[in-house]
Design a protein. Structure first.
Ligand code: ATP
Length: 406
């Protein structure tokens, strides 16, 4: 393995054997392979990647996507079914709660035991002990058996050991979510310090923001497969978009069913009543854009009467929480659009969209009388995703400046 590579994973797979009943496990071990008493579940499927020394890499994915399985294999606490893992350097791992400590031993004893596992001598641990105890800040509990600890105390001590043993590679599995905010800040500061010292860090987090801020790159696992590897903001944005899209698909299924019902009613209305106009379609050139790129929406509508006086068209953009962001109309903008009989298409363009990463929804409506009377309105008729590099935070980019005044 090249000397600047810290971790090299090639075609790594982990298949768990799932026994529906405990007795089946026994039967399997007694009858050794003559019959299969288990189902197989692929938790990792042909995963390959490399991590350079000094890199901080975030691992993201939905529950059950294989993140913990991967970290456990990298930390050496789980064996893979196939594939290879090469780790260059000493690993300190902070895995799920409950691993790494003997519950009957005191905190102090566990500190020394963990040190021994990492190949650190007793004398060396004597030198480091105070720093570890101070960082964990669990007071007299350090001399109590670990089984009496709260989950918060447990994480404090485990984290304190992991970051005070000068490991080359630090592996952290979602542990920060357990500690209190003050401790989380302390840990992040310490991890930054370690990162600046050149330690390679692998980090599972459910917080996209945390990964964007802290990691250079990210790996997105989906059903045990690597869906994407890249810069952390790019991967997190794509992952979050996909979560939004899944939510959206559910919503759209519901909307499609209700549109079908409405269309049926409309057809009946068209047959019976003289409707004056309707929106035929709302489409977009691109549904995936970057911040400051152009957004184009086409609204096609039909007017059935000779003319609709004071006709106006509006397009509104909403956030995914149905927060109203922007909704101009042709009346307020003093723009003339066709209002006579026939089918017309109007383009609505935002030349430089200032929105930051996320999924946004478009409504379109046609009205008369300055918007007082609604002729037809399409709710959430289409959506688009904005991707942005991690250059600022919030919903939109607002021009601004900083100045030191004193
Ligand atoms: N010992 C096991 N036996 C059988 N299946 C397992 C075992 N450990 C994990 N799995 C399954 O493997 C899949 C991946 O689990 P893993 O814990 O790696 O996912 P994860 O991405 O870390 O999830 P989470 O975010 O919920 O912690 C899950 O479907 C889980 O149920």
């Amino acid at each position: 393995m090249s000397s600047d590579i810290a971790i090299k994973v090639e075609n790594l797979s982990k298949i768990y054997q799932i026994y529906d009943r405990p007795i089946n496990r026994l039967k399997q071990s007694l009858l050794r392979g003559r019959r299969k008493y288990y189902r197989e579940f692929t938790a990792l499927n042909n995963v390959s990647f490399q991590i350079r020394k000094g890199e901080t890499v975030g691992i993201i994915g939905r529950n059950g996507s294989g993140k913990s399985t991967l970290l456990q294999i990298l930390a050496g606490t789980l064996t893979p079914t196939s594939g290879s893992v090469e780790v260059n350097g000493r690993v300190a791992a902070l895995l799920e709660l409950g691993s790494g400590f003997n519950p009957e031993f005191t905190g102090r004893e566990n500190v020394y035991m963990n040190g021994a596992i990492l190949g650190i001598s007793k004398e060396e641990m004597d030198r480091r002990f105070n720093e570890i105890a101070e960082f964990a800040d669990i007071g007299d509990f350090i001399d109590q058996p670990v089984k009496t600890y709260s989950s918060g105390m447990y994480v404090r001590l485990a984290f304190s050991i992991a970051i005070n043993v000068d490991a080359d590679i630090l592996i952290v599995d979602e542990a920060l979510a357990v500690g209190d905010i003050k401790f989380q800040i302390k840990c992040i500061d310490k991890m930054k310090e370690i990162k600046n010292k050149g330690t390679t860090i692998l980090f599972v987090s459910h917080s996209g923001e945390q990964v964007k801020r802290f990691c250079d790159r990210a790996i997105w696992l989906q059903n045990g497969n690597v869906r994407h590897i890249g810069s952390s903001s790019e991967v997190v944005n794509q992952y979050e978009d996909s979560l939004q899209l899944e939510m959206l698909k559910d919503q759209q299924r519901e909307v499609a069913a209700s549109i079908e019902r409405i269309n049926k009613n409309e057809q009946e209305t068209e047959l019976n009543v003289d409707i004056i106009a309707k929106i035929n379609s709302v489409t977009m050139d691109k549904i995936r854009i970057k911040t400051f790129e152009e957004l184009v929406v086409y609204i096609k509508y039909t007017i059935f009467t000779n003319e609709v006086p004071n006709f106006l068209l509006g397009v509104a953009i909403y956030g995914n929480d149905r927060k109203y962001i922007f909704g101009p109309n042709t009346y307020l903008d003093k723009v003339n659009v066709p209002k006579t009989k026939g089918t017309h298409t109007v383009m609505y363009k935002i030349p430089k969209v200032p929105l930051l990463a996320g999924t946004y929804f478009v409504d379109a409506g046609i009205f008369t009388d300055g918007g007082l009377v609604c002729i037809d309105y399409k709710n959430d008729v289409c959506h688009f995703n904005v991707e942005s590099d991690y250059f600022t935070e919030g919903l939109v980019h607002i021009e601004h400046e900083w100045r030191v005044v004193k």
